[in-house]
Design a protein around this ligand. Structure first.
Ligand SMILES: [Zn+2]
Ligand SMILES: [Zn+2]
Length: 430
C-alpha cells in the first residue's frame, strides 16, 4: 500500500551551509539505532516467547485480568519502570522517557470465554477460557517494546516520551479503552499505535490501510407486541410472525439506504424468536442482530437511522415495539500520517513486499476509541506459519500463531514509536 513518499516526513539533508547536525529523524534512519533496537529486541525474544506461553496457559476473561496485569507489571518493575494500574483493577500503563513529544503503544490483555482446543504444552489451564484472539501475543510485543525502548531512553536515544497502555476488557463492549480515554491517558499523546494478529497473512507480512480498518459494531434488539390471536383469523389481530419476517427482510435495506449503501452498512440478524403453538398468533416477538459500519459519520447517524427505519416498517402495523440499541465501539480509523510512518518502518524492516493493503474488516476493536481521540494506526501483523496447511481464523478454538511474529512485532513497534517521535519533534521544531 505504498503511498508517494512524503519528503517532509523524511527530509534528506540539513539546510545548506548549516552544521551537519544529526537530527532525531536522521537518527531513526541511522543504521546504529536500528541495529540497537534489533539487537536489544533479539535479546528478549526467548523470554518474550516464554512470557506469551505463560499468558496463553493462564488466560483471563475481560476485566478479570488480575494475574496478567501483575505479570506485566512485574516485568516492567524489574526493568526499573514505574507502572500504574487502572482504577477499575486490571490493566495498566507505564511512561518511559522524561520529556518531550509523546506517543503510545497499546496492547489488550483479555481472553475469550471458549475452550482451547489445541494439544500444545502451553494450552489453556483455565477451563472455558482461551487466548484465541492473540491478545497474549500483543501483550508480549508491547512489553518487549517497553523493555527495549526504556534501554534506549537510558542511553539518551529516545527522542521524546513513550506511554505503553495495556488495556483490559477489549473483547467486551464498549471495551476497556473507554476507561483509558476517560482517565485522560491519551490527552497528550500525539500518536498511538497497535498491532493485531492476522492469521490471513503469513508471518513477516503486515497489513495496513489509511482510513477505517475495522467497523463499528452495535447490538440491536427489537421486541414487537400485539394482541395475539387465532391463526384462522389474522385479520382480527396483528400477525406478529409475518411482521417479524417483514422487519428482518426490510430493515437492512432501509438502514443501508440511510447510511451510505451496502459497502457502508451491514445489519445482520442472529436471533429471531416468536410463538410456540403452530395455530396461535403470538403476542410477542423478538429479533436481534448487529449493525456494523466502518464509517464514523454513519455510526453517529445510526440511532436516528434505526428509529426512522423502524417507524417506516412498523408504523402502520398496529403493533407496538421497543428497541434496545447498545452502542459498540467506533471504527478504528488509521490516520494517514501515522499509517505512513508505520508503513515506512514495515518496509524498512521487512522489505517492500512485506506491506500489503488490507480491506477494512466488519469486525470491531476497542482501539477505535483511541483513534477517535488521537491520531493513530492499527497494523495487521501476519501470524500464519506458511509451513502449516490450515489457516485458522481468530476466535477459532485451535487458533495459534507462528511465534516469530513476536520479535517482528517488537522491532516494528520500537522502530515505529521512535520514528513517530522523531517526525513529530521535527515538525514541531520547524
Ligand atoms: Zn477478538
Ligand atoms: Zn482481538
Amino acid at each position: 500500500m505504498r503511498e508517494a513518499q512524503d519528503d517532509e516526513v523524511f527530509p534528506e539533508s540539513a539546510q545548506p551551509g548549516s552544521e551537519p547536525v544529526q537530527s532525531a529523524t536522521d537518527s531513526v534512519t541511522s543504521p546504529d539505532l536500528k541495529r540497537l533496537i534489533d539487537d536489544f529486541s533479539a535479546e528478549y525474544e526467548d523470554s518474550l516467547i516464554s512470557f506469551r506461553r505463560k499468558l496463553h496457559a493462564g488466560p483471563e476473561l475481560s476485566f478479570q485480568e488480575f494475574a496478567t496485569t501483575d505479570a506485566v507489571a512485574e516485568r516492567l518493575t524489574q526493568a526499573g519502570l514505574s507502572t500504574h494500574r487502572l482504577p477499575s483493577g486490571t490493566g495498566l500503563f507505564c511512561d518511559i522517557g522524561v520529556a518531550g513529544t509523546r506517543v503510545a503503544l497499546r496492547a489488550d490483555l483479555d481472553a475469550l470465554a471458549m475452550p482451547d482446543g489445541k494439544a500444545v504444552p502451553y494450552r489453556s489451564q483455565n477451563d472455558g477460557v482461551a487466548h484465541a484472539c492473540g491478545h497474549d501475543v500483543h501483550t508480549s510485543i508491547v512489553l518487549g517494546a517497553a523493555l527495549v525502548l526504556s534501554r534506549l531512553s537510558e542511553m539518551g536515544l529516545l527522542p521524546g516520551q513513550l506511554r505503553v497502555i495495556f488495556e483490559p476488557g477489549e473483547e467486551q463492549v464498549p471495551g476497556g479503552a473507554v476507561e483509558v480515554v476517560e482517565l485522560g491517558l491519551l490527552r497528550d499523546i500525539a500518536m498511538v499505535f497497535a498491532v493485531h494478529c492476522d492469521p490471513k497473512l503469513d508471518v513477516g507480512v503486515v497489513g495496513s490501510r489509511v482510513g477505517p480498518i475495522t467497523s463499528a459494531a452495535d447490538r440491536v434488539e427489537v421486541t414487537l407486541h400485539g394482541p395475539g390471536g387465532h391463526t384462522a383469523r389474522p385479520n382480527l389481530t396483528v400477525d406478529l410472525v409475518a411482521l417479524m419476517a417483514r422487519l428482518i427482510q426490510e430493515l437492512p435495506d432501509k438502514l443501508e439506504a440511510r447510511l451510505g449503501g451496502p459497502q457502508n452498512c451491514r445489519m445482520v440478524f442472529g436471533a429471531a424468536h416468536a410463538g410456540d403453538a403452530v395455530n396461535v398468533i403470538p403476542a410477542t416477538a423478538v429479533v436481534g442482530g448487529s449493525l456494523r459500519t466502518p464509517d464514523l459519520v454513519a455510526w453517529d447517524s445510526a440511532p436516528r437511522a434505526l428509529t426512522e427505519s423502524l417507524e417506516e416498517i412498523l408504523g402502520d402495523s398496529g403493533a407496538s415495539w421497543e428497541v434496545i440499541h447498545v452502542r459498540g465501539v467506533p471504527p478504528v480509523t488509521n490516520d494517514s500520517g501515522a499509517a505512513e510512518i508505520a508503513a515506512q518502518c514495515v518496509q524498512d524492516l521487512l522489505g517492500q513486499d512485506a506491506l500489503v493493503k488490507t480491506e477494512h474488516s466488519w469486525g470491531g476493536d476497542s482501539f477505535g476509541w483511541m483513534t477517535k481521540e488521537t491520531r493513530g494506526a492499527f497494523l495487521r501483523l501476519g501470524t500464519h506459519d506458511p509451513k502449516q496447511d490450515t489457516r485458522l481464523d481468530l476466535h477459532h478454538r485451535q487458533f495459534d500463531v507462528a511465534e516469530e511474529a513476536i520479535l517482528i512485532g517488537v522491532r516494528l513497534l520500537c522502530r515505529t514509536a521512535v520514528s513517530a517521535l522523531s517526525e513529530l519533534q521535527e515538525s514541531s521544531s520547524r
